[in-house]
Design a protein around this ligand. Structure first.
Ligand SMILES: Cc1cc2nc3c(=O)[nH]c(=O)nc-3n(C[C@H](O)[C@H](O)[C@H](O)COP(=O)(O)OP(=O)(O)OC[C@H]3O[C@@H](n4cnc5c(N)ncnc54)[C@H](O)[C@@H]3O)c2cc1C
Length: 314
């Protein structure tokens, strides 16, 4: 929001508690074909293109945003899943079906077919959001907003920050602090000593290159897979979850050449809320597992609406 609001000419203050941000995910996929249903959001193709454009602009401006516009592979286990995916693929989304033996990276045995999405890829969430904030030039105030309305936000010590518009982007932890009824999904990325695959593989869980190791290389195996919760909760990783994740990873590819070097856990919020509330403040939250696919698109849209432009997304 800060990036697109400043592009639209606003002066922005970001008030951020800086705690439990899902956006610090070590490697987020830009994958328009979702989960095991194969659903494709109406804005997915445009959102993916916009995120890549922003990554390019930031990179050209000298910000370091590790990413790979490598394409994404979605192996499917059977003909029924393939048919379900096929039904949902929009005509303007570039894609090819491959046989497992034609996959550009070796897969574990047992897959029926592989959907190749050449315009997908991965990016480092922490680096991307850090670069967006720096490029926006926004003033950053570290603290937690306890109350807010259409024209001000109030901090814990009673300080009031006044503005022409207030946009709440609290994510999972913020929704929980605010007491909103919502569904939170926790998940974990295992940090791997190297990339198992040169392009992301995703079904049930995902394997992706990442840039967390000091040499810049690395990989992750992750998913949001814990039981849905009514509040933010990204606590310790239960052993059963570790086991589940490793098994899911092994169904995708051979993990024997890498070590687990650490982990990152986070929580995402389901149920998109984007627009102006009846109370007059704005919100962009509940981006679910599509924060990097659709977040910039929605942020640009809301920045336009806040500046009085008509909706481009409907
Ligand atoms: C394991 C995992 C894997 C994921 N993989 C992908 C993926 O592959 N692709 C993808 O597109 N998305 C993925 N996501 C989802 C993506 O990370 C989120 O959709 C996105 O990061 C949400 O961004 P946000 O800005 O809404 O919230 P956040 O990044 O959580 O930021 C919210 C910020 O607001 C602050 N805050 C909250 N309340 C207040 C308050 N009252 N006052 C001040 N500050 C406050 C918090 O401290 C935090 O810093 C994944 C998420 C998880 C957990």
């Amino acid at each position: 929001m800060a990036y697109f609001l400043t592009l639209a000419g606003a002066r922005v203050t970001v008030l951020d508690a800086g705690l439990h941000a899902a956006s610090t995910v070590p490697a987020a996929l830009l994958n328009p074909v979702r989960g095991q249903s194969g659903a494709v959001d109406a804005g997915a193709v445009a959102g993916m293109a916009l995120t890549w454009d922003v990554v390019k602009t930031l990179t050209e401006a000298g910000y370091h945003v590790p990413h790979g516009k490598t394409g994404v592979l979605r192996p499917v286990p059977d003909a029924r899943t393939r048919a379900r995916f096929e039904q949902r693929l929009p005509a303007d989304l570039a894609h090819h079906w491959l046989t497992p033996s034609d996959s550009p990276v070796p897969l574990s045995p047992g897959w029926d077919a592989v959907l190749h999405l050449p315009e997908g890829g991965w990016l480092d969430g922490a680096a991307f959001t850090r670069a967006l904030l720096a490029a926006s030039g926004a003033r950053v105030v570290r603290g937690r907003a306890m109350r807010w309305d259409a024209a001000a936000a109030e901090l814990e010590d009673g300080t009031r920050l006044e503005a022409k518009a207030v946009v709440w982007c609290g994510g999972s932890v913020g929704g929980s602090w605010a007491g909103h009824a919502a569904t939170h999904r926790a998940g974990t990325m295992l940090l791997l000593s190297g990339p198992v695959s040169s392009l992301p593989l995703s079904f049930g869980a995902y394997l992706s290159p990442a840039a967390h190791s000091p040499e810049g290389g690395g990989g992750v195996l992750g998913a949001t897979f814990e039981r849905p919760s009514p509040v933010w909760n990204a606590g310790p990783l239960p052993l059963g979850s570790l086991d589940w994740l490793l098994k899911k990873g092994e169904t995708l590819a051979d993990l024997s050449g890498v070590q687990v070097t650490g982990r990152w856990s986070g929580s995402r919020l389901s149920g998109l809320r984007a627009g102006q509330t009846p109370q007059g403040w704005w919100q962009l939250t509940g981006l679910s597992s599509k924060g990097f696919l659709l977040g910039p698109l929605w942020a640009r849209e809301l920045a336009g609406q806040i500046q009085g432009r008509p909706s481009a997304l409907g």
